[in-house]
Design a protein around this ligand. Structure first.
Ligand code: F0G
Length: 435
């Protein structure tokens, strides 16, 4: 069978498939969304001056208007901004508390000499717990870290909206406000990974008292007001295929980041993007805060998730903002974590139907830099990620039916062994063989 052969040739890693061999591509919502007619028109207005492009100023204005930060440094994508913020703020030996790790975010913090400390609430690590804000920070855990290492060794709290690795779970307005107050009492800053903040804003509107009548734009701006700055993978929420930015109210951070961007990304008025990219991005920001759009986007994710729940298939609940996360530990309970159940499940779904998903478990978690041992995250998940404005409800039906077909023959599934492992972010390039 052609797909079984393609999967074996790709080392049972969905990142190593050719997109031509994929039927419905739910690997990621990163850079895979459809740009609107207005954004495509914006591409024609590119001002490709090396310095001071008009499109850069449009971008700054959009970020100031909707996120409310003072200064902007453009970057080629999110990890470019993570690199700059980590190098600008972290000293060797520092600790960076956050609401669950993200792969590239944590690596940049470690490369800058820091240690990431997970201070998310315990409920986030349990795929069946129905807490409405599983992205919340546990204030006691944060306080305990401050007491243990001292505020001078914590450059900032690293807060993510719609926590990716927890299953797309939101953080509440009440929580970010409390985190900001606690951190600032000790002179610690709060920086936001704003990658999926629009979806987070919708959950606040739906679930938190006092926000039902507020718009996504109003909620976003209030949320950002309890942070000192943000970094952004514009490839998600800002509806472009490439781009990113860093924004801050802190003069010192701005000065350092603006200086460093010219070394690693490009001049401080383009940072690795072309003028036309920045125009499409500025327009994308104005489209991404529209309530109807965010509701339709999260509604499509929910449609898929509810089908799977109805059929008794184990997923992370509540259903998150950008993806459905299959719980591979409950899906393949007979496959031990060191035989990569989530990696196996992603491969099996592809072989069944050509639907591409990705592993978010022990492979993504990587190795502990101190001990070299596999990290064993409690959550061993397969992410079925929905790009924005691309697929229809009929596509979601095909995906659900394929997951059901794999579920029905789950007992015969066999795990994998890793035969090639790169040093950094191994999930992108690791290779496996069937046991
Ligand atoms: N932060 C979060 C929460 C992300 O999900 C990503 C990327 C980044 C930062 C890095 O941004 O890719 O533009 O360099 N997430 C992608 C994903 C890769 O598939 O979830 P980037």
């Amino acid at each position: 069978m052609a797909r079984a052969r393609a999967m074996a040739e790709a080392g049972y890693n969905t990142f190593l498939l050719r997109s031509e061999d994929v039927y419905i591509d739910l690997l990621t919502d990163s850079g895979t969304s459809a740009m609107s007619d207005r954004q495509w028109a914006g591409l024609m207005l590119g001002d490709e001056a090396y310095a001071g492009s008009r499109n850069f100023y449009h971008l700054v204005e959009a970020i100031q208007t909707y996120y409310g930060y003072k200064h902007v440094v453009p970057t080629h994508q999110g990890r470019g901004a993570e690199h700059l913020i980590s190098q600008a703020m972290i000293k060797p030996g520092d600790f960076i508390p956050g609401n669950m790790y993200f792969t590239t975010t944590r690596l940049h913090q470690e490369l800058a000499g820091g240690t990431f400390v997970d201070v998310i609430i315990d409920e986030a690590h349990d795929s069946t717990n129905l807490h409405p804000f599983k992205g919340d920070i546990d204030l006691d855990k944060l306080q305990a870290l401050i007491d243990k290492v001292g505020p001078e060794h914590i450059p900032y709290v690293s807060v993510a909206g719609t926590v990716n690795m927890a299953g797309g779970q939101p953080i509440s307005m009440g929580n970010i406000k409390a985190v900001y107050e606690l951190a600032h009492r000790y002179g610690i800053r709060v920086y936001l990974d704003a990658t999926r903040m629009m979806e987070n804003a919708l959950f606040i509107q739906e679930r938190e008292e006092g926000y039902a009548d507020k718009s996504i734009a109003e909620i976003l701006k209030e949320f950002c007001s309890y942070t000192d700055g943000a970094w952004m993978s514009a490839k998600k929420d800002n509806l472009v295929n490439i781009g990113g930015w860093l924004a801050t109210n802190d003069e010192d951070v701005f000065e350092k980041a603006r200086n460093m961007v010219v070394i690693y990304e490009g001049l401080h008025t383009y940072g690795g993007m072309s003028g036309r990219d920045m125009e499409a991005l500025a327009i994308g920001i104005t489209e991404a805060v529209q309530d109807d759009y965010v509701r339709a986007r999260v509604g499509q994710v929910r449609y898929l998730g509810e089908l799977l729940v109805d059929w008794g298939i184990p997923i992370v609940q509540p259903i998150g903002g950008h993806a459905i996360f299959l719980d591979a530990k409950r899906f393949y309970p007979h496959i031990p974590q060191d035989e990569f159940p989530a990696q196996t499940l992603a491969a099996d779904i592809y072989i069944d139907s050509g639907v591409r998903t990705m592993e978010r478990g022990v492979v993504s978690a990587g190795r502990d830099p101190e001990t070299g041992a596999h990290r064993h995250p409690k959550l061993e998940l397969v992410r079925i990620t929905i790009p924005r404005r691309v697929y229809t409800q009929a596509h979601m039906d095909v995906v659900a039916e394929s997951v059901k077909a794999v579920w029905d023959k789950r007992e015969s599934a066999r795990g994998l062994k890793m035969v090639y492992e790169p040093k950094y972010l191994r999930f992108f390039q690791a290779r496996f063989e069937r046991l």
